[in-house]
Design a protein around this ligand. Structure first.
Ligand code: TYD
Length: 203
């Protein structure tokens, strides 16, 4: 049996990646999934990770994200791909590098090593970065009721965005950057063009 394809959407909060990830999964009959939190254990970790009342060190935060991810890979992503079904994930390893590494300042080399431990060989076929300026994303979000990441300062989100762009530029084989400020049909058609080129040639 052929292994399923693995597509990941990344971007800062309110970049529109969740909408695209759900749409693509739906249209391709793929398993939609997300991080952090798409398992029983993950939901519990997500609750702690996002709770604005529960501060933690950046390294603790990294390790909890990676705990969520390694469990997610072992119990959802790998078994689904091995069974021949494709997976579309809203966030994956690059979120840790962008947020905890570039954003919070955790050592990038050590974080990469820990990430490798968490995901093993389970690499996406393509990572699509929906890039939007921080000010645009900020305007899209509700101001009340923000979680621990959403309430972080503008500079933090600028570092996260720059980190994403740096990772994408460093590995053009596996990344594509799409301007997330365009209207939704335009973003969708650009996403579909990337998928037709790299993941599902011939439809
Ligand atoms: P998410 O559910 O994607 O939120 P949103 O839909 O608002 O983008 O992710 C929740 C938060 O978790 C988000 O602010 C980014 C953060 N995050 C990390 O900091 N590191 C990670 O490795 C992951 C997966 C998410």
């Amino acid at each position: 049996m052929n292994r399923g394809r693995f597509v990941v959407f990344e971007g800062i909060d309110a970049s529109g990646k969740s909408t695209q990830a759900r749409r693509v999964a739906d249209e391709r009959g793929a398993r939609f999934t997300f991080e952090p939190g798409d398992t029983l254990l993950g939901a519990e970790l997500r609750r702690w990770l996002l709770d604005a009342r529960a501060p933690m060190t950046a390294v603790t935060e990294s390790l909890l994200m990676l705990a969520d991810r390694s469990h997610h890979v072992a119990t959802v992503i790998e078994p689904t791909l091995a069974a021949g079904r494709s997976v579309v994930s809203d966030r994956y390893w690059a979120s840790s590098m962008a947020y905890q590494g570039y954003g919070r300042g955790v050592d990038l080399a050590r974080l990469r090593a820990a990430t490798d431990l968490a995901i093993g060989d389970c690499r996406p076929d393509v990572t699509i970065l929906l890039d939007v300026p921080v000010a645009v994303a900020d305007d899209r979000r509700r101001r009340d009721d923000r979680d621990r990441f959403e309430s972080a300062d503008i500079e933090f989100h600028e570092r996260v965005r720059a980190g994403y762009l740096e990772m994408a530029a460093a590995d053009e084989m596996h990344w594509r950057v799409i301007d997330g400020t365009a209207d939704e049909p335009t973003v969708s058609s650009r996403v579909d063009a990337v998928l037709a080129e790299l993941v599902w040639p011939g439809g």
